[in-house]
Structure formats: structure tokens, C-alpha cells
Ligand binder design. Sequence first.
Ligand code: KIV
Ligand code: ZN
Length: 538
Amino acid sequence: MTTESPAADASESTAQAAPDDAAPKDRVIIFDTTMRDGEQSPGASMSLDEKLELAKILEDMKVDVIEAGFPIASNGDFESVQKVAAIVTESIVCGLARANPADIERAAEAIRHAKRGRIHTFISTSPSHRNHILRMSPEEVIDAVTGSVTLARNLCGDVEWSAQDASRTERDVLLRCVEAAIRAGAQTINLPDTVGYTYPSEYAEMFRDMIENVPGADGVVFSTHCHNDLGLAVANSLAGVEAGARQVECTINGLGERAGNAALEEIVMALRVRGDRLRFDSGIDTTHITRASRYVSAITGFPVQFNKAVVGKNAFAHEAGIHQDGMLKDAGTYEIMLPEDVGQGASNLVMGKHSGRHAFREKLKGLGYELGDNALNDAFTRFKALADKKKDVYDDDIMALVDDELAKGSERIRVVSLRVVAGTEGPQEAKLTASIDGVEHSATATGDGPVDAVFNAIRQVAPHAAALRLFQVHAVTEGTDAQAQVSVRLEEDGRIATGTASDTDTMTASAKAYINALNNLMARREKTRPPEALASGF
Ligand code: KIV
Ligand code: ZN
């Protein structure tokens, strides 16, 4: 449910409200690239199952275009685009390709069965990239634009063309490249600020220049794509929209290369909250924003900073007495949007051990989760166990628990029991029993601290060569009985897998998160290794 935000009140009563409030809003296309540019963030890799789940969330959110990967990059990327294309019915599914036939043909093959597919082909246009990466003259780049877009249009009815590093490209060269792309049949022209260098007025000027001066510009959709190196990605994207762009490329939580991409949730909420100045409509169901943010954070192990706009833990928290007093009198005094608008439950204290399955299912629905029967049963069993241990079960507890269920994937290895000795008198020790393909194995290990002992015990029951790249713990709620949510990232031969788990016992959560990562790593290995290699163990 979407509620009118208090800001509506505020803007109605301010002299700055736009004079044409009744005028219809222009539609801005939301293009999500969390699975492609977002995944390019070091360590942020996602498994196929995770991408499929994310695609469902993005579709529930009514994202217009989902860029599901870069099909030529690997067989895994190809499969992800292909499978996302097979399950998505409403959104356009897009595959990325460089300006060469092999890339474009592979992208076309990956989206072949999409209900609505798009090929997104790009080439660098700036002097820096032309001279140092491509070693091509402007004329050669323009020829490549014509050739690549023509081929893509022969293979797919919907083609987007991007000028990589557009914001650092000479205007005359960019004009000629854009003209060539339009002539060859591209319907969307994306002008990225690839290195996060531009400034809002400068980025806006570039769009105005193209829209006013390129023949055929009125027949295509211009698109923004901004990186956040100077913290300007959202401001630059909105400036592009004000200058005439009608597609915004963005990612959940601003995930992406280096400092990331423009954050979807910030773009969408800025358009919504400041509809008085920005007369645009994104079409996004914003009530799914929190769920998407939590899910992306859980599967990548990238925490959302507490004071992150829109989705941070503190985004709707009011600490100062004067603010709390104002909030009690009228939420609009300090809150420009409602937590419910972005899918944060208004009532936070929720359920206890007497709550039944029906109430649990309804609660999940309210939080934006629709689980199948098996996942619902597992989540309900875990909820009951949690309610036995923890007096107050909050929305955050329930979301952590369901995120665990969704992130579980294949479970060749499972924790059966764990006993840990911690404290000042070492050595700290862990005694673990785990089930591997249905057979129980036990080990006792010591370590430099209890977590190290737990991980050593896992290495004994399931020997493997993967290196630990991330171990991260945070408390889901306040209080000493809070659940610990643990993320673990493992790397083996360039393959990265992340695991998460939550439990009121931090050591149990750590063991489960490590084993979840190990299961995900094995699932990935199985896709790339010949079957006989699997039989030789972990
Ligand atoms: O940042 C960029 O230029 C890109 C392109 C490949 C679209 O991600
Ligand atoms: Zn990018």
C-alpha cells in the first residue's frame, strides 16, 4: 500500500510549489543494472539462484528494464541472462555487448527467449579510451558504432547504444557517434558518466546539446548512467532527466564499480517526494524498495551504511529530543517520506511464540515477501524457534530469517550441532558435527579465538582451498538477545561466493554463514568443472 507522504502537505503549503502541479508527468524509464554493473563491484558476485530471486523482486517493483549480465563474459553470465529472460514476463531483459559480432551474437542468443529482450551495445568514445584502450581514431569508432548497432538491430528489435566515457568525450565526436547510432537503428542512447567525473550542470548541458543538435534525436530515448566517484551520481542523473533524458540506469543500494552507480531507491524517491519540481513519474512500486535493498545486501555481503538515504537503518530514526517532539505533533515536521512508502513496516514490534502460521504468512506479505509452501514452512519453523529464544520478535528479525531462507540455495553441507569454548583462557575450541550429502562428520579444532576455531573445524570436516575474503557481523536489532547476522565471502580460483546466516548465537550464525558460502562455491564449481572432478571432494 502506498500512502501520501507528509511532504505532500509541506509542498502544498510552500510558495515554491511548481505552478503547473496539475500538468501530467513525463514517464522516466527505470533501468536496473544491479546484476551487471552492480556485480562488477569487487566481491559482489551473485549466484544464478540469487539473480533469479532478484529478478523477481525487481519485476514486483515494476522496474522497466533489467540488465541481467554481460553474456560473453562467462558461461555463468550467459546462463544468468538466459534464465532471467526465461522467467521475467513484464520487464525488458537486457544483455550487454561490446561493439563486435561475437559479443552481440552471444547477447542475442542469451535473450532469444525473452518476452521482451534488448541488446545493449557500447563502445568508448573519449580521447582517453580511444587512445589508450581502443587505439582507434574517431572515424574508426564511428564506423564501429554503425556496424555494431546495425548487427544488433538485425538480431533484436530493441537496441540500446552507449558511449562509454561520454562525459569526457569531445562534443563534436559525441554528436557524430550519437548520430551514427540513431541512423543505424538504436532506439535508446545512453550517455554514461563512466568515471564519475561530471557535474550536474555540465551533464545536463551535454544532453541538451545532443537532443537539440543530433538529427533524429526526437525519435529516441536518451538515458543517464552515472557513477558515484564524487558522490554526484544521483544529482547528475536527475540533472540529465531535467535536460531531457527519459531513462535512468541505476542499481539497488548504489552497488557498482568503485564508488558505485546512482542508487535506484534515491532516484525513485527523489522523483516521488519532489514531484512538485521534478514532474516525472518512475512507475516504480516503492513499497518493495526495502526488501530489494536488504536482499542485495544479504547476497553480496555489502552492508548498507546506517545513514544511507532511503534504506539506511537510521533513515527514519529520530534521536534528538526536539525532533521527537516535532514528530509526535506532526510527522511532516521532520519526515519527508513515510517508512511505509519504501516498505518499512509502520508497526515494528510484531509477533511472539503464540503467533500462528496464517499470521506469519500475512506478516510476510506485509513485508513484501511471497514464499512458496516449502520456504514458508522452513521460515515458520525457524520463526518459532527464534520466538522461543527471544522475547520480542521484530520485523527486522523476520526479514533476516526469510533472507536466510532465500539465500540458502543448495545445501550439500549442513550444520548439525556446534559447541564452542570461548573466553579468556585459551585455546578456544569448536566441536562441530556437519552433514555432508546426508552423512554426518565431526571434528574438534582450536583457533585464535572462537570464530577461528569454528572455521578450522569446518575446514576439517570439509577440506577445501578457498580463502576467506570477508567475515562480517552485525546485530539485527537492539538488545543483548539480538540475532547476529553474519556474512562470509570465500574465493577460490577467481570464483567468489558469499554466504549469510542469522542466529541469536553469533558462533552458530558464523558457522552457518561459512557453510552457506561453501555450498554456494560448490554450486558454482559444479557449473564450470567436469563431473569427474566433483567426485574428488571439495
Ligand atoms: O559505466 C559505463 O560506461 C558502463 C557502460 C558499459 C554502459 O557501464
Ligand atoms: Zn557503468
